[in-house]
Design a protein around this ligand. Structure first.
Ligand code: AMP
Ligand code: MG
Length: 478
């Protein structure tokens, strides 16, 4: 029997927060990946997890002692429209453990069968999106960006029917919680203010213990999201489906559906097949998060002040402050990417001008910043003369920094990755895995675990896609 020291708190909340539901067993589970580092952090026994009994648990075919599987209910604004009831349609929270840093972590299966919230879905996932989430979420972690994690991936030995029959798989996701803006919207829409209060208290205790009120919680969530989106912008990450049910209240990246890292820079870059109007395009992310935070604020209104007018005024003030918080976080991010430790009034326009040059020349977002650090960026620009003018400005600015050139380079190279999970490499990895070849998957994980490191034989992973290799669209992976 697999021993996991579960300590489940969400399952102690009122029953209306979730449905108790067991995963559906699968035919022939096989472990394809186990994140040993993460398992160790969680205090789990990797040998046990690799055993037959362990794989049974990771595939939902057996329930570990102390596990109390639940599907969490939530609501959400999807592309602007409100769905009053969503919920885990293909995910189940097995339980929580306290990790080695004394942090409470959810252990969740994704793709483990139908739940009361599956609507017309089969509750399953196929191998492609499971490995995609595994690789990209772990890459985000290595980039030091707050995110859900991937503990394991198993194949089920069963096909799932999408446009064609595809190999079924299950991801074990780990997160500091799965509380979304949509979790609050669910109770607010039902005018269930007792439940809303419970959820608020729970969220404060779990994520923001210094917060003393719903207004404090709103402020803390806005702050966490401002920092998160600035980090996304800094690595060229496009979430792709920033619906409020995919917006985590603790400001961690969640829901790796049609997400993508951009290759050539374009502020309006988008990949998601369902984002036709670019609502969630790269440069829109800091705008649309405000919209999402406004929905969060609306949900909290009844808890902010007994006088609704006063509550709205207080909440509005906090949400309206978001652009300032974000601008500060964005500037800090891009200053570091340019080797700057101090602040100058003109930095913003200098960064904007660089991005304009990059956009004009369709420059590779990731490689440009590494080339700037290495001092060989010139030939990556369509307009080298234009770059020369900009470079003089930048060098002049660097010269007044209180740091050496070597220190500036170090700062740049630890802020701008050399290796990102490029879309065409992800695609290639999935194609190989479907054929039973997991070598590209393992190689990607190895390279992406040290994204700032130039060593290692990974030139192919650093190279932008050729015209033939460019991935134009990504999919939700349902
Ligand atoms: P997502 O786009 O991944 O955020 O999913 C939106 C909603 O659809 C969530 O409530 C999911 O649980 C649900 N969903 C997605 N795929 C499936 C599926 N294959 N079976 C059941 N529910 C699903
Ligand atoms: Mg989702």
């Amino acid at each position: 029997m697999v021993k996991i020291a579960f300590d489940n708190s969400y399952a102690r909340l009122p029953e209306k927060f979730f449905s108790r539901i067991n995963p559906s067993p699968v035919a022939a589970p096989e472990l394809v990946a186990l994140n040993e580092t993460l398992a160790n952090e969680l205090g789990l026994n990797t040998e046990e997890l690799r055993s037959r009994a362990g794989v049974s648990v990771l595939s939902g075919s057996a329930i570990a002692n102390g596990s109390e599987p639940i599907a969490q209910v939530y609501a959400g604004h999807q592309f602007g429209g409100f769905s009053p009831q969503l919920g885990d349609g293909r995910a189940m929270l097995l339980g929580e453990v306290i990790d080695q840093n004394a942090i409470r972590q959810d252990i969740q299966l994704k793709g483990s069968g139908q739940t009361p919230y599956s609507r017309r879905g089969d509750g399953r996932a196929w191998l492609g999106p499971v490995l995609r989430e595994y690789v990209i979420s772990e890459a985000m972690h290595a980039l030091k960006i707050p995110t859900t994690r991937a503990l394991a991936a198993v194949t089920t030995g069963q096909n799932v029917q999408r446009e064609t029959a595809l190999p079924g798989a299950i991801l074990t996701r780990v997160a500091t919680s799965h509380i979304r803006v949509g979790s609050f919207e669910y109770f607010a829409a039902r005018h269930d203010y007792d439940a809303l209060r419970r959820l608020t208290d729970y969220t404060i205790a779990r994520h923001f213990p210094d917060a003393e009120s719903a207004l404090d919680l709103l402020t803390a969530v806005c702050d966490a999201q401002a920092r998160l989106i600035a980090r996304w912008m800094g690595v060229g990450f496009i979430h792709g489906v920033m619906n409020t049910d995919n917006t985590h209240v603790a400001g961690i990246t969640i829901d790796y559906g049609p997400c993508a890292f951009m290759d050539s820079y374009d502020e309006m870059r988008r990949y998601s097949s369902i984002d036709r109007r670019g609502r969630y395009a790269y440069g829109q992310q800091s705008e649309v998060i405000v919209w999402n935070l406004a929905q969060f604020a609306s949900a909290l209104i009844p808890l902010i002040d007994a006088d609704q007018t006063v509550a709205i005024a207080k909440a509005t003030k906090v949400v309206h402050d978001f652009p300032n918080r974000f601008a500060a976080a964005w500037l800090a991010e891009f200053r570091a990417k340019l080797g700057l430790s101090s602040a100058d009034e003109a930095d913003k326009s200098m960064i904007d001008d660089l991005l304009d040059l990059m956009a004009a020349g369709q420059a590779d977002f990731t490689n440009i910043f590494r080339a700037l650090a290495a001092g060989n960026a010139r030939d990556q620009f369509d307009d080298p003369a234009g770059f020369d003018v900009w470079e003089t400005r930048w060098r002049t600015r660097l010269a007044v920094e209180n740091s050496t050139l070597a220190q500036q380079q170090t700062l740049m190279n630890k802020t701008s990755p050399a290796i990102i999970p490029r879309n065409h490499r992800i695609q290639e990895m999935i194609n190989a895995a479907v054929e039973g070849n997991y070598t590209p998957f393992e190689r990607l994980n190895a390279a992406l675990s040290r994204p700032f490191d130039q060593s290692g034989d990974y030139d192919d992973l650093k190279r932008p896609p050729t015209d033939e290799e460019v991935v134009h669209q990504t999919f939700c992976g349902t």
